[in-house]
Design a protein around this ligand. Structure first.
Ligand code: XMP
Length: 312
């Protein structure tokens, strides 16, 4: 049965208007991903300009992220607030190797900084782009998704907030339909999923600025080279292990990059994409030519399950 996006939008608009009166202040933190951007579009329909959109620049985003988002919000007459919180995030992630420890650290800093923002804007409500898959993954105890508040024992009241999650019944493909119906440009509505903890999920081992810069450069290459209608998500991961290589005739114990591209409908299961060799070789060549220190590039052929899509 096809999903009734218009009906959903009308219901949620009414719900938001009922919940959030015009005297209340509302905050949406956007990462530029389709979920939070759709929340912003819904809020715009329901609340006009009576809300604040915030981009927390945590230093873990892809290249050029905040500029593109700001440009779009400017074009629809909404002012994007940008907070530089890189130092807090790198300090909190320092020395963390274990994947769950990294996720928990990210989550804690995220809500701490978001709480600071909420207090500084004196907001009453936080609209959050949690979707059904986030809830399912956290319920199964697979990994700590950064955005499922109620299930992680985190009380938003401690942060002085009421949380509203208008997309919590939807899966990604349904969110995209809603986004397009709300007029969000295709480049945002069709954007591939990118996890909240950003490039921290693309690094095995410690998350430090130099390693983030490296995987940011690789991410730009794989995202621009490996494209195709059937691909749900394409990503690259910096391994913690090293491998022996040869650069300009000299031995180098260098970095290993794994590329992963998957097909999926709802992110709950996924199959590796059958990327043409020529495309993979193009990505490999660019990585080796443009990202110093990389000596190996591998392609991941594992389905989910047993693998998850991300590496941490
Ligand atoms: P996994 O790795 O669990 O990922 O197979 C399923 C989907 O969720 C994304 N993902 C996240 N999204 N916060 C998010 O907003 C997170 O903490 C998070 N972890 C994973 C992942 O990119 C994939 O699309």
């Amino acid at each position: 049965m096809s999903f009734a996006a218009t009906k959903f939008i009308n219901e949620k608009t009414e719900e938001l208007q009922k919940k959030i009166s015009s005297t209340k202040k509302t905050l949406i933190a956007t990462s530029g991903g389709v979920d939070s951007m759709t929340c912003a579009m819904l809020a715009r329909k329901a609340l006009g300009k009576n809300f604040t959109v915030l981009f927390l620049d945590d230093g873990l985003m892809r290249e050029g992220e905040s500029g593109e988002i700001r440009k779009y919000f400017d074009s629809i007459g909404l002012e994007l607030q940008i907070w530089d919180v890189k130092e807090q995030f790198f300090a909190g992630l320092k020395g963390k190797i274990d994947p769950e420890e990294k996720r928990i650290a990210f989550r804690d800093i995220f809500y701490k900084t978001l709480g600071q923002a909420a207090r500084s804007y004196s907001v009453d409500f936080l609209i959050q782009g949690t979707i059904a898959a986030d809830i399912a993954e956290t319920q199964k105890g697979i990994k700590t998704q950064h955005n499922v508040l109620s299930q992680i024992g985190l009380n938003p009241v401690h942060f002085g907030l009421k949380v509203v999650e208008p997309l919590r019944e939807l899966y990604k493909h349904q969110v995209r339909e809603v986004a397009k119906k709300l007029g969000l440009p295709t480049k945002f509505a069709e954007r591939k999923p990118f996890p909240g903890p950003g490039l921290a999920t693309r690094i095995i081992g410690e998350v430090v600025p130099e390693r983030v810069d490296k995987i940011r450069a690789v991410t730009k290459i794989v995202e621009s080279t490996i494209t195709g209608a059937g691909i749900f998500q394409v990503l690259a991961v910096l391994m913690n292990d090293k491998a022996t290589g040869m650069i300009n005739g000299k031995r180098l114990y260098g970095d290993i990059i794994a590329i992963r591209a998957v097909e999926s409908k709802d992110a709950l299961t996924a199959a590796p994409s059958r990327i043409p060799w020529a495309t993979l070789f193009k990505a490999r060549d660019k990585i080796l030519a443009e990202v110093p220190g990389v000596v190996k590039v591998v392609y991941d052929i594992t389905p989910k399950p047993p693998s998850t899509i991300e590496y941490i």
